[in-house]
Design a protein around this ligand. Sequence first.
Ligand code: B12
Length: 501
Amino acid sequence: MNKVLLFNPRSANSKHRVPNSILQVGASIYGKYDFVFVDGNLERDPWAVIEGYLRSGEFRYFGCTVMPGPQLRQAIPYTKRVREQFPAVVNIWGGYFASNQYPVVMQSGYVDFVIYGPGDKAFPALLQALETGTPYEFIPNLIWKTPEGDAIKNSKEDLLDQDALPPLPYDLLDRFYPLQRYLNPTFLGRRTLAYHSSMGCPFKCSFCAVVPIYEARWRGKSAEHIYRDVRHIKTKWGADSIEFHDNNFFVSEKRIRAFSELMLGENMLWWGEGRIDTVDQFSDDTLALMRRAGCRMIFFGAETGNDALLKQMDKGGKQTGEQIQRFAARMKRFDIIPEYSFVLGMPADTPEQVWAQIEEDIDFIKKIKTINPDTEIIIYVYSPVPTEGSELYQRIIQAGFSFPTTLDEWLSPQWESFDLRRNPLTPWLTPAMVSRIRNFETVLNAHFPTVSDLKLNPFQRQVMRTISGLRYRLNFFHFPYELKVLQKFWLRYRQPEWEGM
Ligand code: B12
Protein backbone atom coordinates (compact mmCIF):
# COMPACT_ATOMS: atom_id res chain seq x y z
CA MET A 1 0.00 0.00 0.00
CA ASN A 2 1.33 3.46 -0.89
CA LYS A 3 2.01 5.83 1.97
CA VAL A 4 0.77 9.37 2.59
CA LEU A 5 2.76 12.37 3.82
CA LEU A 6 0.70 15.07 5.56
CA PHE A 7 2.44 18.42 5.73
CA ASN A 8 1.58 21.51 7.77
CA PRO A 9 3.65 24.42 6.38
CA ARG A 10 5.15 26.88 8.85
CA SER A 11 2.64 29.54 9.85
CA ALA A 12 3.19 31.72 12.87
CA ASN A 13 6.64 32.81 13.90
CA SER A 14 6.26 32.11 17.58
CA LYS A 15 3.67 30.05 19.45
CA HIS A 16 3.12 26.55 18.14
CA ARG A 17 -0.32 25.05 18.04
CA VAL A 18 -1.68 21.59 17.45
CA PRO A 19 -1.91 21.31 13.63
CA ASN A 20 -5.62 20.52 13.73
CA SER A 21 -6.08 20.51 9.96
CA ILE A 22 -3.66 17.67 9.22
CA LEU A 23 -4.62 15.98 12.50
CA GLN A 24 -8.22 15.73 11.33
CA VAL A 25 -7.20 14.71 7.80
CA GLY A 26 -5.01 12.03 9.40
CA ALA A 27 -8.00 10.81 11.41
CA SER A 28 -9.91 10.27 8.17
CA ILE A 29 -7.35 7.73 6.87
CA TYR A 30 -6.23 6.27 10.19
CA GLY A 31 -6.11 2.47 10.02
CA LYS A 32 -6.64 2.56 6.24
CA TYR A 33 -3.34 4.01 5.03
CA ASP A 34 0.11 4.41 6.51
CA PHE A 35 0.87 8.08 6.92
CA VAL A 36 3.34 10.47 8.53
CA PHE A 37 3.01 14.01 9.84
CA VAL A 38 5.55 16.70 9.01
CA ASP A 39 5.00 19.96 10.88
CA GLY A 40 6.81 22.94 9.38
CA ASN A 41 6.38 24.81 12.66
CA LEU A 42 8.53 22.31 14.52
CA GLU A 43 11.16 21.41 11.93
CA ARG A 44 14.20 23.54 11.27
CA ASP A 45 14.41 22.24 7.72
CA PRO A 46 11.07 20.65 6.80
CA TRP A 47 12.13 20.06 3.22
CA ALA A 48 14.98 17.78 4.35
CA VAL A 49 12.45 15.69 6.28
CA ILE A 50 10.00 15.58 3.38
CA GLU A 51 12.74 14.69 0.93
CA GLY A 52 13.96 11.93 3.25
CA TYR A 53 10.52 10.34 3.33
CA LEU A 54 9.86 10.66 -0.39
CA ARG A 55 13.25 9.26 -1.31
CA SER A 56 12.27 5.98 0.31
CA GLY A 57 9.94 5.44 -2.65
CA GLU A 58 7.17 4.29 -0.31
CA PHE A 59 5.11 7.47 -0.56
CA ARG A 60 2.72 8.21 -3.37
CA TYR A 61 0.74 11.09 -1.85
CA PHE A 62 1.85 14.51 -0.63
CA GLY A 63 -1.03 16.17 1.23
CA CYS A 64 -0.53 19.79 2.20
CA THR A 65 -2.80 22.11 4.17
CA VAL A 66 -2.67 25.71 3.02
CA MET A 67 -4.03 28.88 4.55
CA PRO A 68 -3.16 32.26 3.05
CA GLY A 69 -0.10 34.22 4.17
CA PRO A 70 3.14 32.75 5.48
CA GLN A 71 2.16 29.11 4.92
CA LEU A 72 2.48 29.77 1.20
CA ARG A 73 6.21 30.32 1.63
CA GLN A 74 6.70 26.61 2.18
CA ALA A 75 3.58 25.20 0.53
CA ILE A 76 4.33 26.60 -2.93
CA PRO A 77 8.08 25.89 -3.34
CA TYR A 78 7.93 22.51 -1.60
CA THR A 79 5.03 21.26 -3.71
CA LYS A 80 6.87 22.44 -6.81
CA ARG A 81 9.99 20.58 -5.70
CA VAL A 82 8.00 17.42 -5.02
CA ARG A 83 6.79 17.57 -8.61
CA GLU A 84 10.29 18.18 -9.99
CA GLN A 85 12.13 15.58 -7.93
CA PHE A 86 9.41 12.97 -7.41
CA PRO A 87 7.11 13.18 -10.44
CA ALA A 88 5.24 10.00 -9.47
CA VAL A 89 3.96 11.60 -6.25
CA VAL A 90 0.41 12.98 -6.34
CA ASN A 91 0.10 16.46 -4.82
CA ILE A 92 -3.12 17.17 -2.95
CA TRP A 93 -3.92 20.49 -1.28
CA GLY A 94 -6.65 21.39 1.20
CA GLY A 95 -7.50 24.23 3.59
CA TYR A 96 -8.78 27.78 3.19
CA PHE A 97 -6.31 29.10 0.62
CA ALA A 98 -6.58 26.03 -1.56
CA SER A 99 -10.38 26.12 -1.37
CA ASN A 100 -10.87 29.83 -2.01
CA GLN A 101 -8.15 30.33 -4.59
CA TYR A 102 -8.46 27.02 -6.38
CA PRO A 103 -8.36 28.38 -9.99
CA VAL A 104 -4.83 29.68 -9.57
CA VAL A 105 -3.80 26.59 -7.55
CA MET A 106 -5.01 24.16 -10.21
CA GLN A 107 -3.44 26.23 -12.97
CA SER A 108 0.00 25.99 -11.35
CA GLY A 109 0.62 22.63 -12.96
CA TYR A 110 1.99 21.06 -9.78
CA VAL A 111 -1.10 20.63 -7.62
CA ASP A 112 -3.13 17.68 -8.89
CA PHE A 113 -6.18 17.84 -6.62
CA VAL A 114 -7.76 20.25 -4.18
CA ILE A 115 -10.16 19.14 -1.48
CA TYR A 116 -12.36 22.16 -0.80
CA GLY A 117 -14.04 22.35 2.57
CA PRO A 118 -13.99 19.31 4.85
CA GLY A 119 -11.74 16.47 3.79
CA ASP A 120 -13.11 13.85 6.16
CA LYS A 121 -14.82 11.82 3.46
CA ALA A 122 -13.37 13.29 0.28
CA PHE A 123 -9.73 12.53 1.12
CA PRO A 124 -10.09 8.80 1.84
CA ALA A 125 -12.44 8.52 -1.15
CA LEU A 126 -9.85 10.12 -3.44
CA LEU A 127 -7.05 7.91 -2.15
CA GLN A 128 -9.17 4.84 -2.66
CA ALA A 129 -10.01 5.84 -6.22
CA LEU A 130 -6.36 6.50 -7.02
CA GLU A 131 -5.19 3.27 -5.38
CA THR A 132 -7.72 1.14 -7.20
CA GLY A 133 -7.74 3.06 -10.47
CA THR A 134 -11.47 3.75 -10.20
CA PRO A 135 -13.11 7.09 -11.16
CA TYR A 136 -12.75 10.06 -8.83
CA GLU A 137 -14.71 12.44 -11.01
CA PHE A 138 -17.82 12.38 -8.81
CA ILE A 139 -16.33 12.64 -5.33
CA PRO A 140 -18.01 15.54 -3.52
CA ASN A 141 -15.73 18.38 -2.26
CA LEU A 142 -13.10 17.48 -4.86
CA ILE A 143 -11.55 19.78 -7.45
CA TRP A 144 -9.75 18.00 -10.28
CA LYS A 145 -8.44 18.69 -13.74
CA THR A 146 -9.58 17.39 -17.11
CA PRO A 147 -6.93 16.19 -19.59
CA GLU A 148 -7.45 19.55 -21.33
CA GLY A 149 -6.41 21.29 -18.13
CA ASP A 150 -9.80 22.66 -17.02
CA ALA A 151 -10.43 22.69 -13.28
CA ILE A 152 -13.71 21.02 -12.33
CA LYS A 153 -15.28 21.72 -8.97
CA ASN A 154 -17.56 18.91 -7.83
CA SER A 155 -20.66 19.35 -5.71
CA LYS A 156 -20.50 20.14 -2.01
CA GLU A 157 -21.26 17.45 0.47
CA ASP A 158 -23.57 18.11 3.43
CA LEU A 159 -21.68 18.68 6.64
CA LEU A 160 -21.13 15.43 8.47
CA ASP A 161 -22.19 14.53 11.97
CA GLN A 162 -19.05 15.71 13.80
CA ASP A 163 -19.47 13.22 16.65
CA ALA A 164 -19.43 10.36 14.16
CA LEU A 165 -16.01 11.33 12.76
CA PRO A 166 -13.08 9.11 13.74
CA PRO A 167 -11.21 10.20 16.89
CA LEU A 168 -8.36 12.66 16.43
CA PRO A 169 -5.06 10.72 16.48
CA TYR A 170 -3.31 12.74 19.21
CA ASP A 171 -1.33 9.71 20.34
CA LEU A 172 0.04 9.19 16.85
CA LEU A 173 0.93 12.88 16.49
CA ASP A 174 2.71 12.62 19.84
CA ARG A 175 5.02 10.00 18.33
CA PHE A 176 6.16 12.47 15.67
CA TYR A 177 6.16 15.59 17.85
CA PRO A 178 5.74 15.33 21.63
CA LEU A 179 2.36 16.86 22.30
CA GLN A 180 3.73 19.04 25.09
CA ARG A 181 5.47 21.08 22.42
CA TYR A 182 2.07 22.20 21.24
CA LEU A 183 0.89 23.31 24.68
CA ASN A 184 2.27 26.81 25.13
CA PRO A 185 1.74 29.80 27.41
CA THR A 186 -0.99 32.30 26.62
CA PHE A 187 -2.78 34.69 28.96
CA LEU A 188 -5.13 31.78 29.72
CA GLY A 189 -2.52 29.49 31.20
CA ARG A 190 0.89 27.88 30.89
CA ARG A 191 -0.08 25.03 28.62
CA THR A 192 -2.85 26.13 26.31
CA LEU A 193 -4.45 23.64 23.94
CA ALA A 194 -5.78 24.75 20.53
CA TYR A 195 -8.99 22.85 19.84
CA HIS A 196 -11.45 22.98 16.97
CA SER A 197 -14.97 21.80 17.73
CA SER A 198 -17.11 22.66 14.70
CA MET A 199 -17.09 23.22 10.96
CA GLY A 200 -18.44 26.27 9.14
CA CYS A 201 -20.57 29.14 10.41
CA PRO A 202 -24.33 29.76 10.03
CA PHE A 203 -23.86 33.32 8.76
CA LYS A 204 -22.93 34.93 5.45
CA CYS A 205 -20.85 38.01 6.20
CA SER A 206 -19.78 39.32 2.85
CA PHE A 207 -16.13 39.89 3.81
CA CYS A 208 -15.50 36.48 5.35
CA ALA A 209 -13.43 33.65 3.85
CA VAL A 210 -15.56 30.99 5.52
CA VAL A 211 -18.67 31.90 3.51
CA PRO A 212 -17.65 30.75 0.00
CA ILE A 213 -16.80 27.33 1.43
CA TYR A 214 -19.55 26.71 3.98
CA GLU A 215 -22.39 28.87 2.66
CA ALA A 216 -24.01 29.41 6.04
CA ARG A 217 -23.75 25.80 7.16
CA TRP A 218 -22.46 24.81 10.59
CA ARG A 219 -22.13 21.57 12.52
CA GLY A 220 -20.46 21.06 15.85
CA LYS A 221 -19.30 18.26 18.08
CA SER A 222 -21.42 17.68 21.16
CA ALA A 223 -20.37 19.13 24.51
CA GLU A 224 -19.62 15.61 25.78
CA HIS A 225 -17.35 14.90 22.84
CA ILE A 226 -15.35 18.11 23.30
CA TYR A 227 -15.10 17.51 27.01
CA ARG A 228 -13.81 13.97 26.46
CA ASP A 229 -11.00 15.21 24.17
CA VAL A 230 -10.10 18.03 26.54
CA ARG A 231 -9.95 15.65 29.51
CA HIS A 232 -7.76 13.26 27.56
CA ILE A 233 -5.22 15.96 26.75
CA LYS A 234 -5.40 17.41 30.23
CA THR A 235 -4.73 14.09 31.95
CA LYS A 236 -2.21 12.73 29.49
CA TRP A 237 -0.21 15.86 28.59
CA GLY A 238 -1.18 18.45 31.19
CA ALA A 239 -3.14 21.05 29.19
CA ASP A 240 -4.41 23.70 31.61
CA SER A 241 -6.39 26.00 29.31
CA ILE A 242 -8.04 26.01 25.86
CA GLU A 243 -8.30 28.24 22.81
CA PHE A 244 -11.29 27.21 20.71
CA HIS A 245 -10.36 27.93 17.11
CA ASP A 246 -13.84 27.42 15.67
CA ASN A 247 -15.06 30.08 13.29
CA ASN A 248 -18.03 30.38 15.62
CA PHE A 249 -17.83 28.44 18.87
CA PHE A 250 -20.91 30.00 20.42
CA VAL A 251 -23.57 29.11 17.84
CA SER A 252 -25.71 27.07 20.19
CA GLU A 253 -26.54 28.23 23.72
CA LYS A 254 -27.59 24.69 24.59
CA ARG A 255 -24.19 23.26 23.61
CA ILE A 256 -22.34 26.00 25.47
CA ARG A 257 -24.39 25.43 28.63
CA ALA A 258 -23.78 21.69 28.50
CA PHE A 259 -20.07 22.21 27.92
CA SER A 260 -19.82 24.78 30.71
CA GLU A 261 -21.53 22.45 33.15
CA LEU A 262 -19.03 19.72 32.33
CA MET A 263 -16.11 22.12 32.77
CA LEU A 264 -17.18 23.45 36.17
CA GLY A 265 -14.76 21.40 38.24
CA GLU A 266 -11.87 21.43 35.75
CA ASN A 267 -10.19 24.67 36.69
CA MET A 268 -9.30 25.45 33.07
CA LEU A 269 -9.65 28.85 31.43
CA TRP A 270 -10.90 29.08 27.86
CA TRP A 271 -11.42 31.45 24.96
CA GLY A 272 -13.40 31.21 21.73
CA GLU A 273 -14.87 33.19 18.86
CA GLY A 274 -18.51 34.21 18.68
CA ARG A 275 -20.98 36.74 17.31
CA ILE A 276 -22.28 39.66 19.29
CA ASP A 277 -25.89 39.23 18.20
CA THR A 278 -25.84 35.52 19.04
CA VAL A 279 -24.16 35.70 22.44
CA ASP A 280 -26.27 38.74 23.33
CA GLN A 281 -29.27 36.42 23.17
CA PHE A 282 -27.77 34.12 25.81
CA SER A 283 -29.46 34.44 29.18
CA ASP A 284 -27.72 36.09 32.13
CA ASP A 285 -27.70 32.69 33.74
CA THR A 286 -25.75 31.16 30.83
CA LEU A 287 -23.21 33.98 30.80
CA ALA A 288 -22.64 33.60 34.54
CA LEU A 289 -22.30 29.84 34.13
CA MET A 290 -19.75 30.29 31.32
CA ARG A 291 -17.68 32.58 33.53
CA ARG A 292 -17.73 30.07 36.39
CA ALA A 293 -16.75 27.32 33.95
CA GLY A 294 -13.59 29.20 32.89
CA CYS A 295 -14.63 31.39 29.93
CA ARG A 296 -12.41 34.48 30.26
CA MET A 297 -12.50 36.14 26.88
CA ILE A 298 -14.52 35.94 23.67
CA PHE A 299 -13.44 37.19 20.27
CA PHE A 300 -16.20 39.00 18.39
CA GLY A 301 -16.28 40.50 14.92
CA ALA A 302 -17.65 43.95 15.78
CA GLU A 303 -16.43 45.26 12.38
CA THR A 304 -17.83 48.84 12.56
CA GLY A 305 -20.35 50.94 14.45
CA ASN A 306 -21.97 52.11 11.21
CA ASP A 307 -25.34 50.39 10.73
CA ALA A 308 -25.48 50.91 6.95
CA LEU A 309 -22.04 49.36 6.58
CA LEU A 310 -22.94 46.49 8.89
CA LYS A 311 -25.83 45.82 6.59
CA GLN A 312 -23.59 45.89 3.53
CA MET A 313 -21.30 43.43 5.30
CA ASP A 314 -24.30 41.12 5.68
CA LYS A 315 -23.77 40.70 9.39
CA GLY A 316 -27.01 38.79 9.56
CA GLY A 317 -28.94 42.04 9.67
CA LYS A 318 -29.16 41.97 13.45
CA GLN A 319 -25.97 43.48 14.77
CA THR A 320 -26.09 47.25 15.24
CA GLY A 321 -23.73 49.91 16.55
CA GLU A 322 -25.99 50.42 19.53
CA GLN A 323 -25.88 46.70 20.33
CA ILE A 324 -22.08 46.55 20.05
CA GLN A 325 -21.83 49.25 22.74
CA ARG A 326 -24.50 47.81 25.00
CA PHE A 327 -22.99 44.37 24.73
CA ALA A 328 -19.50 45.60 25.75
CA ALA A 329 -21.13 46.85 28.98
CA ARG A 330 -23.01 43.57 29.43
CA MET A 331 -19.80 41.53 29.16
CA LYS A 332 -18.25 43.72 31.84
CA ARG A 333 -21.04 42.74 34.23
CA PHE A 334 -20.10 39.10 33.77
CA ASP A 335 -16.38 39.73 33.87
CA ILE A 336 -15.81 38.17 30.46
CA ILE A 337 -13.47 40.24 28.31
CA PRO A 338 -14.88 41.04 24.88
CA GLU A 339 -12.21 41.04 22.20
CA TYR A 340 -13.66 43.17 19.41
CA SER A 341 -12.21 43.07 15.94
CA PHE A 342 -12.87 45.95 13.57
CA VAL A 343 -12.45 46.06 9.81
CA LEU A 344 -11.38 49.50 8.68
CA GLY A 345 -10.89 50.73 5.13
CA MET A 346 -14.03 49.41 3.48
CA PRO A 347 -14.75 50.66 -0.05
CA ALA A 348 -16.90 53.75 -0.62
CA ASP A 349 -17.86 55.93 -3.58
CA THR A 350 -15.35 58.73 -2.98
CA PRO A 351 -12.02 59.09 -1.11
CA GLU A 352 -13.72 61.60 1.20
CA GLN A 353 -16.25 58.96 2.20
CA VAL A 354 -13.50 56.40 2.84
CA TRP A 355 -11.71 58.93 5.09
CA ALA A 356 -14.91 59.86 6.89
CA GLN A 357 -15.63 56.22 7.64
CA ILE A 358 -12.13 55.62 9.00
CA GLU A 359 -12.53 58.60 11.35
CA GLU A 360 -16.00 57.46 12.40
CA ASP A 361 -14.64 53.99 13.20
CA ILE A 362 -11.78 55.46 15.25
CA ASP A 363 -14.27 57.49 17.28
CA PHE A 364 -16.48 54.47 17.73
CA ILE A 365 -13.60 52.35 19.01
CA LYS A 366 -12.74 55.08 21.51
CA LYS A 367 -16.35 55.07 22.67
CA ILE A 368 -16.19 51.32 23.26
CA LYS A 369 -13.04 51.82 25.32
CA THR A 370 -14.89 54.33 27.48
CA ILE A 371 -17.80 51.96 28.02
CA ASN A 372 -15.60 48.97 28.86
CA PRO A 373 -11.87 49.74 29.01
CA ASP A 374 -11.07 46.03 29.28
CA THR A 375 -12.34 45.45 25.75
CA GLU A 376 -9.48 44.21 23.59
CA ILE A 377 -9.43 45.86 20.19
CA ILE A 378 -8.11 44.13 17.09
CA ILE A 379 -7.89 46.25 13.96
CA TYR A 380 -7.85 44.78 10.48
CA VAL A 381 -7.55 46.58 7.19
CA TYR A 382 -10.14 45.12 4.87
CA SER A 383 -8.72 42.40 2.56
CA PRO A 384 -11.19 41.03 0.03
CA VAL A 385 -12.03 37.35 -0.24
CA PRO A 386 -13.87 35.91 -3.25
CA THR A 387 -17.40 36.06 -1.88
CA GLU A 388 -18.77 36.08 -5.39
CA GLY A 389 -22.35 37.10 -5.64
CA SER A 390 -22.13 39.49 -2.70
CA GLU A 391 -22.75 43.17 -3.36
CA LEU A 392 -19.48 43.98 -1.64
CA TYR A 393 -17.45 41.74 -3.92
CA GLN A 394 -19.06 43.26 -7.01
CA ARG A 395 -18.16 46.65 -5.70
CA ILE A 396 -14.49 45.88 -5.15
CA ILE A 397 -14.14 44.26 -8.57
CA GLN A 398 -15.65 47.37 -10.10
CA ALA A 399 -13.14 49.43 -8.14
CA GLY A 400 -10.37 47.63 -10.02
CA PHE A 401 -9.30 44.98 -7.51
CA SER A 402 -8.09 41.57 -8.69
CA PHE A 403 -6.34 38.57 -7.13
CA PRO A 404 -2.97 37.31 -8.42
CA THR A 405 -3.14 35.15 -11.49
CA THR A 406 -0.23 32.84 -10.63
CA LEU A 407 0.81 31.06 -7.45
CA ASP A 408 4.25 32.66 -7.62
CA GLU A 409 2.65 36.08 -7.48
CA TRP A 410 1.02 35.13 -4.18
CA LEU A 411 4.55 34.78 -2.80
CA SER A 412 5.42 38.42 -3.39
CA PRO A 413 5.83 40.48 -0.20
CA GLN A 414 2.86 42.71 -1.09
CA TRP A 415 0.46 39.80 -1.32
CA GLU A 416 1.75 38.26 1.84
CA SER A 417 1.02 41.51 3.64
CA PHE A 418 -2.37 41.49 2.00
CA ASP A 419 -3.11 38.15 3.60
CA LEU A 420 -1.93 39.44 6.92
CA ARG A 421 -4.49 42.18 6.44
CA ARG A 422 -1.84 44.84 6.77
CA ASN A 423 -1.34 46.01 3.21
CA PRO A 424 -4.67 45.75 1.49
CA LEU A 425 -3.65 46.45 -2.15
CA THR A 426 -7.16 47.71 -2.60
CA PRO A 427 -7.41 50.62 -5.03
CA TRP A 428 -9.60 52.82 -2.85
CA LEU A 429 -7.14 52.99 0.07
CA THR A 430 -4.24 55.47 -0.09
CA PRO A 431 -1.00 54.94 1.89
CA ALA A 432 -2.02 57.91 4.08
CA MET A 433 -5.24 56.12 5.04
CA VAL A 434 -3.40 52.92 5.90
CA SER A 435 -0.89 54.93 8.01
CA ARG A 436 -3.70 56.67 9.85
CA ILE A 437 -5.22 53.31 10.78
CA ARG A 438 -1.89 51.77 11.82
CA ASN A 439 -0.80 54.82 13.82
CA PHE A 440 -4.10 54.90 15.64
CA GLU A 441 -3.57 51.25 16.50
CA THR A 442 -0.12 52.02 17.92
CA VAL A 443 -1.46 54.82 20.12
CA LEU A 444 -4.47 52.78 21.22
CA ASN A 445 -2.33 49.79 22.19
CA ALA A 446 0.01 52.02 24.14
CA HIS A 447 -2.83 53.74 25.94
CA PHE A 448 -4.61 50.52 26.81
CA PRO A 449 -2.10 47.73 27.34
CA THR A 450 -4.19 44.60 27.62
CA VAL A 451 -4.29 41.42 29.65
CA SER A 452 -2.64 39.46 26.89
CA ASP A 453 0.50 41.61 26.91
CA LEU A 454 2.14 39.07 29.15
CA LYS A 455 5.48 40.79 29.17
CA LEU A 456 4.44 44.16 30.63
CA ASN A 457 4.89 45.03 34.28
CA PRO A 458 2.61 47.57 36.01
CA PHE A 459 5.23 50.34 35.86
CA GLN A 460 5.71 49.91 32.14
CA ARG A 461 1.96 49.89 31.60
CA GLN A 462 1.60 53.20 33.43
CA VAL A 463 4.42 54.85 31.48
CA MET A 464 2.95 53.77 28.14
CA ARG A 465 -0.46 54.97 29.21
CA THR A 466 0.74 58.39 30.29
CA ILE A 467 2.96 59.07 27.30
CA SER A 468 0.24 58.20 24.82
CA GLY A 469 -2.52 60.09 26.71
CA LEU A 470 -2.34 63.39 24.89
CA ARG A 471 -2.15 61.82 21.46
CA TYR A 472 -5.12 59.63 22.28
CA ARG A 473 -7.28 62.48 23.53
CA LEU A 474 -6.44 64.81 20.63
CA ASN A 475 -6.63 62.17 17.90
CA PHE A 476 -3.05 63.07 17.01
CA PHE A 477 -1.57 59.82 15.75
CA HIS A 478 1.15 60.97 13.29
CA PHE A 479 4.62 59.42 13.60
CA PRO A 480 4.20 57.73 16.99
CA TYR A 481 7.95 56.98 17.08
CA GLU A 482 8.35 57.43 20.82
CA LEU A 483 5.74 54.72 21.41
CA LYS A 484 7.27 52.45 18.83
CA VAL A 485 10.68 52.72 20.48
CA LEU A 486 9.18 51.85 23.87
CA GLN A 487 7.26 49.02 22.30
CA LYS A 488 10.38 47.65 20.78
CA PHE A 489 12.14 47.50 24.13
CA TRP A 490 9.30 46.54 26.41
CA LEU A 491 6.54 45.06 24.51
CA ARG A 492 5.91 42.43 22.07
CA TYR A 493 2.30 43.31 21.45
CA ARG A 494 0.23 40.37 20.60
CA GLN A 495 -0.10 40.85 16.87
CA PRO A 496 -2.97 38.65 15.83
CA GLU A 497 -1.74 38.76 12.25
CA TRP A 498 1.40 37.01 13.39
CA GLU A 499 0.40 35.11 16.44
CA GLY A 500 -2.94 34.08 15.02
CA MET A 501 -5.38 35.27 17.63
C1 B12 B 1 -5.45 27.80 13.72
C2 B12 B 1 -5.50 28.88 12.67
C3 B12 B 1 -4.33 29.51 12.43
C4 B12 B 1 -3.00 29.13 13.06
C5 B12 B 1 -2.21 28.14 12.21
C6 B12 B 1 -1.97 26.84 12.92
C7 B12 B 1 -1.23 25.87 12.05
N1 B12 B 1 -1.90 25.14 11.21
O1 B12 B 1 -0.04 25.81 12.10
C8 B12 B 1 -2.33 30.49 13.12
C9 B12 B 1 -2.77 31.09 14.42
C10 B12 B 1 -0.84 30.56 13.05
C11 B12 B 1 -3.02 31.17 11.94
C12 B12 B 1 -2.50 32.21 11.28
C13 B12 B 1 -3.16 32.91 10.28
N2 B12 B 1 -4.36 32.67 9.76
CO1 B12 B 1 -5.41 31.24 10.33
N3 B12 B 1 -6.67 30.19 11.04
C14 B12 B 1 -6.69 29.22 11.97
C15 B12 B 1 -8.09 28.72 12.24
C16 B12 B 1 -8.65 29.49 13.42
C17 B12 B 1 -8.23 27.24 12.49
C18 B12 B 1 -7.61 26.33 11.44
C19 B12 B 1 -7.86 24.92 11.88
O2 B12 B 1 -7.06 24.33 12.54
N4 B12 B 1 -9.04 24.42 11.55
C20 B12 B 1 -9.45 23.10 11.96
C21 B12 B 1 -9.41 22.12 10.79
C22 B12 B 1 -9.90 20.78 11.25
O3 B12 B 1 -10.25 22.64 9.78
P1 B12 B 1 -9.68 22.98 8.35
O4 B12 B 1 -8.37 23.63 8.42
O5 B12 B 1 -10.71 23.66 7.57
O6 B12 B 1 -9.41 21.51 7.75
C23 B12 B 1 -10.40 20.74 7.11
C24 B12 B 1 -10.55 21.09 5.63
O7 B12 B 1 -10.20 22.40 5.29
C25 B12 B 1 -9.71 20.08 4.93
N5 B12 B 1 -8.28 20.30 4.82
C26 B12 B 1 -7.48 21.19 5.39
N6 B12 B 1 -6.20 20.96 5.08
C27 B12 B 1 -6.17 19.89 4.29
C28 B12 B 1 -5.11 19.24 3.67
C29 B12 B 1 -5.38 18.13 2.88
C30 B12 B 1 -4.25 17.41 2.24
C31 B12 B 1 -6.71 17.69 2.70
C32 B12 B 1 -6.99 16.54 1.86
C33 B12 B 1 -7.77 18.36 3.31
C34 B12 B 1 -7.49 19.45 4.10
O8 B12 B 1 -9.93 18.94 5.73
C35 B12 B 1 -9.93 19.33 7.11
C36 B12 B 1 -10.79 18.39 7.89
O9 B12 B 1 -12.10 18.37 7.42
C37 B12 B 1 -8.80 29.11 10.90
C38 B12 B 1 -10.29 29.30 11.02
C39 B12 B 1 -10.98 27.97 11.21
N7 B12 B 1 -11.82 27.94 12.20
O10 B12 B 1 -10.76 26.99 10.51
C40 B12 B 1 -8.07 30.38 10.54
C41 B12 B 1 -7.98 30.80 9.09
C42 B12 B 1 -7.72 29.58 8.23
N8 B12 B 1 -6.77 31.70 9.08
C43 B12 B 1 -6.90 32.65 8.31
C44 B12 B 1 -5.90 33.64 8.12
C45 B12 B 1 -6.21 34.77 7.14
C46 B12 B 1 -4.71 33.58 8.83
C47 B12 B 1 -3.58 34.56 8.66
C48 B12 B 1 -3.01 34.48 7.25
C49 B12 B 1 -3.99 35.97 9.00
C50 B12 B 1 -4.72 36.18 10.30
N9 B12 B 1 -4.73 37.37 10.70
O11 B12 B 1 -5.28 35.32 10.94
C51 B12 B 1 -2.55 34.09 9.71
C52 B12 B 1 -1.16 33.86 9.17
C53 B12 B 1 -0.18 34.41 10.16
C54 B12 B 1 1.03 33.57 10.23
N10 B12 B 1 2.07 34.13 10.73
O12 B12 B 1 1.07 32.43 9.87
C55 B12 B 1 -8.22 32.68 7.61
C56 B12 B 1 -8.16 32.30 6.13
C57 B12 B 1 -8.95 33.29 5.33
C58 B12 B 1 -8.82 33.15 3.85
N11 B12 B 1 -8.74 34.27 3.17
O13 B12 B 1 -8.80 32.07 3.31
C59 B12 B 1 -9.08 31.75 8.51
C60 B12 B 1 -10.19 31.01 7.78
C61 B12 B 1 -9.67 32.64 9.63
C62 B12 B 1 -10.69 33.62 9.11
N12 B12 B 1 -11.96 33.36 9.32
O14 B12 B 1 -10.37 34.62 8.54
N13 B12 B 1 -4.17 30.64 11.67
